[in-house]
Design a binder for this molecule. Sequence first.
Ligand SMILES: Cc1ncc(COP(=O)(O)O)c(C=O)c1O
Length: 395
Amino acid sequence: MVNWSELAAGRTARLKPSAIREILKLTQRGDVISFAGGLPAPELFPVNAIRSAAERVLRDHGSAALQYSTTEGHPPLREWVASRYAGVGAEAVQIVSGSQQGLDLVAKCYLDPGDAVAVAAPTYPGALRAFDAYEVRYREVEIDDDGLVPASLQHALDDGVKLIYVIANFDNPTGVSLSLPRRHAVVDLARRYGVPIFEDNPYGDLRFEGHDLPHLLDLAPELVIHAGTFSKIMVPGFRLAWLVAPAEAMEPIRKAKQAADLHTSTFVQYVALEVARDGFLDERVTVVREHYRGRRDLMLGALERCLGEGFRWTRPAGGMFVWISVPDGLDTTVLAKDAVQAGVAYVPGEAFYGTGRGTDGLRLSYSVATPEQIDSGIARLAAILNGTTPPPASE
Ligand SMILES: Cc1ncc(COP(=O)(O)O)c(C=O)c1O
């Protein structure tokens, strides 16, 4: 008999299941309104466009699209990606199987056991889980309504940091964006300390108002590894994303990608490009933005109506998430169970910290809820948070 748990490599002790997936399991009960998952709205998936694109790809490029291909990615797709950035050539683009793979590859290539990564507190748990496998430590950086606080980042850098992880646009979990002055401050600090930045940008195209701000990549191309993805603007099931990085930085990443999976699905790359080309995707993104903007407005309106004194929440200008800070004395991990009993689910703040903090916050997503679910779900949630009797779950 083989004892698999004894045989498992030491690093597997650090692999934790996603707290969010555990909560999502609880929400399978039919009458629970879930603001927990951050899934894109499935009714926005361009199914017909994907069907006809797949047919055209098979008709016109059948054998090439079904063959092994290069690790770097399908050259015309790399060109399409490069054309979306100022001053980036196709050679700087590496196609990856989801930004999640990008996080893993970068950590594999640049983080040794014991290295410290500067992360916002709170931050995207998927990044923490990807980094955990490489036995790193975290230096938490405070954020406010303008994103990472430079003094706090500097404090972390003074303690010795190997990589800075930043979600500059419509952050997961807070919905907050890094302001323009802060973008400059963050790259200035990174330059001064000679520390690279991983800029994770899944939500940048989902802006509801205001103007696009420069990527950190635009401000400091020499020290930024930038990740973009098709997950939130096309479909997440393609597992298709990209990295942009300086040639020297990309070298080990390419080798690691080759060792991991040779290359990202050739067929998926062909089909995604076929859907994206000729401006279809840009038109589609306008529809996606309008949809989420409407849901965001409904959720903010409901929070305004229902939550009592002492609660604060973010007002995201894009993306999919709102973060609620609760008054002293409330514990969002404990209350999550009462909330599910009352028929509503959220993600407790603890899931977004590397260090066990966060019981004073929670994340809501408005991406998949219907308008009726937002109204009724926020009423139930508010009752739990305000300590009043929740309306019946059938309401
Ligand atoms: C901040 C952040 N990074 C990365 C990802 C994963 O993206 P992908 O589907 O491209 O792997 C997500 C998905 O929710 C995310 O919120």
